[in-house]
Design a protein around this ligand. Sequence first.
Ligand SMILES: Cc1cc2nc3c(=O)[nH]c(=O)nc-3n(C[C@H](O)[C@H](O)[C@H](O)COP(=O)(O)O)c2cc1C
Length: 261
Amino acid sequence: MEFNRVVGTRRSIRFFKSWRPVEREKLQVMFEAANRASRSMNADYFRAIVVNRDDLDAETRDALRNPTTTADLDLAPTYIFWYIDMNYVEGAQDRLKALVDQNALSAAHGWSRAYVDDFLWPQVLEPISKDMSAVLFMGAVETGIAICNALNAAVDQGLGTCMHAFTANETMKSLLGVPDTWFPVWLQLVGYPAEEPEAGGQRPRNPISTLFFEGHTSRPFEEDPEVTERLKREGMLQTPGPFPYRAQEVKMLSRMYGLPE
Ligand SMILES: Cc1cc2nc3c(=O)[nH]c(=O)nc-3n(C[C@H](O)[C@H](O)[C@H](O)COP(=O)(O)O)c2cc1C
């Protein structure tokens, strides 16, 4: 799929073909996409553990439920638990110097091995590594960027996916062998959509002019109608929901799975 269509087609899928497993190779593509995500210090901010739903017993699965993560856990065959590795700053000096060595970072922008060793590490990065709110803040941003790539790679391969809050309890932690330095963030559910991939139409979004500004907050970034039309043709902007038959779609899927209507 073309990039614009992937972005436009992605939406949160909550009805999965519960019987159809996700091919391992598709997971690999998602993980490579996540691993290509931009990241400051070229650090490995995230860790993720993929689990087959059917490898978890009913009690363990039930313990993951919370007010916003419910029947989804029964329908999605594949769970990806995302974490921040709170030790991600470790090795930043060496990683940055490796970037200097390959001229990804160059003297043109003030970089050198000495700049990393004598200034950046002691003055900026090491202090960050000791500031827990900075570690969490950066870890959440960078993990989110990686997750975004994984979401889009899933959609590109015809999969459905949705992010979820999950209850990170001690049983789960020990079952998955999660180290103490990993901070739980989100659960990504993956599978083949049982609903149409459009899931009833694109979700409501405010116009970009309410979110983006040019030079000053008093000047909204106004869209060019020709670009908007092109994005419609290329699939980034799609028919907004709800499709006229969406309520019926949800009703029939709920009935099929014995869920409340
Ligand atoms: C980080 C994150 C956490 C989310 N957590 C939940 C959740 O716990 N339960 C849920 O049903 N949807 C969850 N969602 C999905 C959002 O509700 C959904 O993205 C939003 O309604 C917009 O719809 P769209 O993803 O189809 O564009 C989450 C999404 C993100 C990005």
